[in-house]
Write a protein that binds this ligand. Sequence first.
Ligand code: FAD
Length: 464
Amino acid sequence: MDPLKALADAERKPYWLDSPARPEPQPRLDRNTSADLVVVGGGFSGLWTALMAKERDPSLDVVLLEGRRIGWAATGRNGGFCMATLTHGLANGLERWPEEIDRLERMGVANVDEIERTLERYGVDCSFERTGELHVATEPWQLDGLNEHLDLISELGLDYVPLDREQVRAEVNSPTYLGGLWERSGCAMLDPARLAWGLREACLRLGVRVHERSPVRSLHDDGTTITLRTPYGSAAARRVALGTGVFPPLLRRLKHFVVPVYDYALMTEPLTGPQLAAVGWGNRQGVGDSGNRFHYYRLTDDNRILWGGYDAVYYNGGLVKPEYDQRDETFVKLAGHFYDTFPQLSQVRFTHRWGGVIDTCSRFSAFYGQAHGGRLAYAAGYTGMGVGATRFGANVMLDLLSGERTERTELRMVKEKPLPFPPEPVRSGVIQFTRWSIAQADEHQGKRNLWLRTLDRMGLGFDS
Ligand SMILES: Cc1cc2nc3c(=O)[nH]c(=O)nc-3n(C[C@H](O)[C@H](O)[C@H](O)COP(=O)(O)OP(=O)(O)OC[C@H]3O[C@@H](n4cnc5c(N)ncnc54)[C@H](O)[C@@H]3O)c2cc1C
């Protein structure tokens, strides 16, 4: 079908948030209050922090302040791939922290195990399906990348299955596939908005005071207590955790380390039985292809296909704006790629199109830290892979605030910071040139130009 026609009736809003299950917002903060811990941000990062703070110590008085609605930002707009990796993939982790990789992989799988147990404990229904992720190659040069770390993978005891062309097409039937690797160890598919709302419900049940539509405008530290001011009230506490993602940070230093990158997705109508049979997909894995600019796609519980990725857009100036949530040029491109991948679905139309903003940092995996004499902790920079990893980051923040040394706080990954991005306007120039170079590499069998090779040597890059 012509992509324009297929998109003609698609709603311009995130599919997951467009649901009757979306709860009414909790009341604004409308007075001055105090607590033991204030968490800022009602995405996965803040929700996990508040929930686990109460699980660690039920007597703790915890307030969560969200500027808009719980889960409205990246948390409610993503692909719903809940991955075990804490390092934006094995290759990135291996490159940066080779001596820690076995521990990082083990902790990542344990993190997803614990997410699954939390869902059972609180009865959160977010269509959690532990299907794994199928990495597919669609160009010959991508096959080498898929098979690169197979020895290490088996040494680490990870459950990955290499698939040849026929085997991968037997899993998911696309004429574009040349081979694949099925990562079965950790990854689960889920409905991210229902996870966020379920975590909100669990927080409320444990007594967290949740305030939505309560943006924190300023932070004041008197040396013992930090006071966070919102338009209609304030919250003061000895401990503060920031899970504010890519939004203008309350801690100025964070603005050097994260940049907003827009990622876009489409949702199809539910497939009919014969349409689904034409694709196979009996094991319902999440799928990611292996170019530098990659697509990610998956089935929902009612057999729609979410299809996203490829263009990772940085808008010059680095602002976050509602109008950037829609990008027709990208939607048309994505729809075209969908039909190239699944020609047997040429009659399927799209019901939703949306974008969201990712907190990209130069090492692609989250960084952590403290400020205000250890009274404030932060975690940011998940770079498009925070559905699972934010729970780990929340645990790191709570460890740091408690002053305890734990296996987590002793990791080099936790102690080290990424390299900062240069200030604007140089930042825009560097990022756009890097994006162009990445596109060139995809056009030329993955060959990286001098600029990308230089960034690689410095451990720097741009990703989503
Ligand atoms: C299109 C898209 C697809 C993605 N796909 C995947 C995927 O499949 N798998 C994966 O692992 N990751 C994916 N991601 C990334 C993932 O969604 C994020 O890493 C994760 O949701 C980050 O959660 P967070 O809580 O840190 O940030 P956010 O969800 O951005 O939440 C931050 C919250 O803080 C609030 N806030 C900020 N400042 C203030 C303030 N001053 N006062 C009060 N509140 C404030 C904001 O309103 C917001 O609600 C995707 C992201 C996008 C955009």
